[in-house]
Ligand binder design. Structure first.
Ligand code: PEP
Ligand code: MG
Length: 588
């Protein structure tokens, strides 16, 4: 009997393959005492393992640079730096000599101690490194074991393999041989984990946060992984396999047809332009957005500079990333969002963050305003890059007017500094804010007077309005942008923007959903920022509907009482308005 496990769809595509389990329990190492005359041998084993690990990481680094660009590949610089760190190595060597333990045991003890120190560190930049240290521990232990463990197991994968793991590290993911590994699913991880980002950047179909998958599969099981919908189906029967192969073929044809949309304008049938922009995490993605037909970048999530780098990025690192984006955007609009660190942006280490309620804690703009030195470094880099092409700066998670004022004040402060230093920048740089907290939406009129644009972030707006954790599978059924309360907030924000003549966009995931996009356009939110892969289908849809129809739909929607009603209504209207755009979706 086929059974389906649901997870989070982090990287699109449907694949059918055989399971290969990577279980990190392989990492457990027992303490084994060694004789005095074995110490030398253990030290030599350690040196050989270090050398081999460095060589492998070096190779991965070079490959990752080619595949994903310099920013993403920086993860590996950190790994190499750690393996060469004299203080760390002398601790491991010291333990082998003093305590007479195996190289495996000493390496694991020392690295785990380090990981636990990082975990407790107040600075989130350190906390994000825990996963990297785990990655390194795996690597070193598997070299020492000289056998198949973790990544090595994946290296021996057969053709048409789907990896299933409790969790995967970024370097494991980046090291997958794409000719044999079709996709992966993990029990842990959120939409914004390092691993999810790498999967998207490499376009490997992936589902994370499956919770119970590892307990239900075995090596060799046949599975269907649907990265578009976040589904893993175990033991598919012949009927299902037939359906899946039709769906794969259909997807392929659709993708090909959609590519033709690229150069066509994104306008409704009654001639209203709906601007389709891209959301990116890494500078290299700018090209993908433009190739998919995007008009520019509506959201650059700059915190990935922290999540992929080895240390806190200095001004030069920021500047080079922004300049690269400006170059790739070639005159197109580029909205750089200042760092949104915290809450779910701590990769897999999020549970370890010493805040009881990190989503309501010191995240995002709050964190930046508390760490002004760090924040100003970023602002300086953004402003310097603004001399090279059009940039807008956007502040996330604004919940009080004081925060917006303080952030703008710091930008002006930095402008003065740059002026004194004789460095060029765009003096009239536009400064906008994300509306992703109900207080900002309710007070949109006040905020609209003091900023140049709004971008609604429904990912967070939904969780804060409905009190539903956006990454918690257990309440996923309650997380719905179609809730009337959310829709009313969006309506009010759009009205305030209109009244004060400032542009408003939506950059949450919901903009990529055709039915929700129809509603947004009807509410007068006519700039949508989505992931590159969503742009073509959205453009085809926009070109099939009229603004007037969308407005009518929005008016009717606002009369409805529940998310269930809204969902059913939008589903029906969207299909009536543009049936061809939904041919692919009905294959449950
Ligand atoms: C949002 O909250 O909608 C948003 C776009 O920001 P992020 O997903 O990065 O929190
Ligand atoms: Mg957000």
């Amino acid at each position: 009997m086929p059974t389906t496990v649901k997870g989070l769809p982090v990287s699109g595509g449907i694949v059918v393959g055989r399971v290969l389990v990577i279980d990190d329990s392989m990492r457990r190492v027992v303490r084994r005492a060694i004789a005095a005359d074995e110490v030398k041998r253990e030290l030599a084993r350690l040196d050989a393992a270090l050398k081999a690990s460095i060589a492998r990481i070096q190779a991965l680094h070079e490959q990752a640079e080619k595949d994903m660009g310099k920013e993403a590949a920086k993860i590996f610089t950190f790994h190499i730096g750690m393996l060469k760190d004299p203080a760390l190595l002398s601790q491991i060597r010291g333990m082998i000599e003093r305590d007479r333990v195996t190289a495996e045991y000493a390496a694991m003890q020392v690295l785990e101690r380090l990981a636990s120190m990082f975990r407790q560190h107040k600075d989130p930049v350190f906390a994000t490194k825990v996963n990297d240290i785990d990655d390194l521990t795996d690597r070193l232990l598997s070299e020492l074991a000289g056998a198949e463990a973790g990544a090595n197991r994946a290296a021996g994968a057969d053709a048409d393999t789907i990896i299933v793991a409790r969790d995967l590290t970024p370097s494991q993911t980046a090291g997958f041989d794409r000719s044999r590994i079709l996709g992966f699913a993990t029990d842990l991880g959120g939409m914004t984990s390092h691993t999810a980002i790498i999967a998207k950047a490499l376009e490997i179909p992936a589902v994370v946060g499956c919770q119970t998958l590892l307990a239900t599969v075995q090596d060799g099981d046949l599975v269907v992984l649907d990265g578009d919908r976040g589904l893993i189906t175990l033991h598919p029967d012949a009927t299902m396999l037939e359906q899946v192969s039709r769906a794969i073929e259909q997807r392929r044809t659709q993708q090909a047809a959609l590519v033709e949309m690229r150069d066509l304008p994104s306008v409704t049938t009654d001639g209203v332009a709906v601007h389709l922009m891209g959301n990116i995490e890494l500078p290299e993605e700018v090209s993908r957005v433009l190739a998919a037909g995007g008009e520019g970048i509506g959201l650059y999530r700059t915190e990935y500079l922290y999540l992929t780098g080895s240390d806190e990025p200095n001004e030069g690192v920021h500047y080079r990333a922004y300049k690269r984006c400006v170059q790739l955007a070639a005159g197109k609009e580029l909205v750089i969002r200042t760092m949104d660190l915290g809450a779910d942006k701590y990769t897999q280490a999020q549970e370890e963050i010493p805040e009881r309620n990190p989503f309501l804690g010191c995240r995002s703009i709050r964190y930046c305003l508390k760490n002004k030195g760090m924040f100003k470094k970023q602002l300086r880099a953004i402003l310097r890059a603004s001399a090279d092409g059009p940039i807008k700066v956007m502040f996330p998670l604004i919940s009080t007017i004081a925060e917006l004022r303080q952030a703008k004040f710091l930008v002006n402060d930095v402008m003065e500094e740059l002026e004194e230093e004789g460095l060029p920048f765009d003096r009239s740089i536009r400064m906008g804010m994300m509306v992703e907290v109900p207080s900002a939406a309710i007070q949109a009129d006040t905020f609209a007077r003091e900023c140049d644009f709004f971008s609604i972030g429904t990912n967070d707006l939904v969780q804060y309005t409905l009190a539903v954790d956006r990454i918690n599978e257990r309440v996923a059924n309650l997380y719905n942008p179609m809730h009337p309360a959310v829709i009313r907030l969006i309506r009010d924000v759009a009205r305030a923007a209109r009244r004060h003549r400032i542009p408003v966009s939506n950059c949450g995931e919901a903009s990529g959903d055709l039915e929700f996009a129809m509603l947004l356009v009807g509410l007068d939110v006519t700039t949508l920022s989505v992931s590159a892969s969503s742009i073509p289908k959205l453009k085809r849809f926009i070109r099939s509907i009229s603004k007037e129809q969308c407005e009518r739909v929005a008016r009717e929607t606002l009369k409805l009482d529940s998310d269930v009603q809204v969902a059913a209504f939008l589903r029906d209207r969207a299909r009536r308005m543009a049936p061809a755009c939904f041919d692919d979706v009905e294959r449950e």
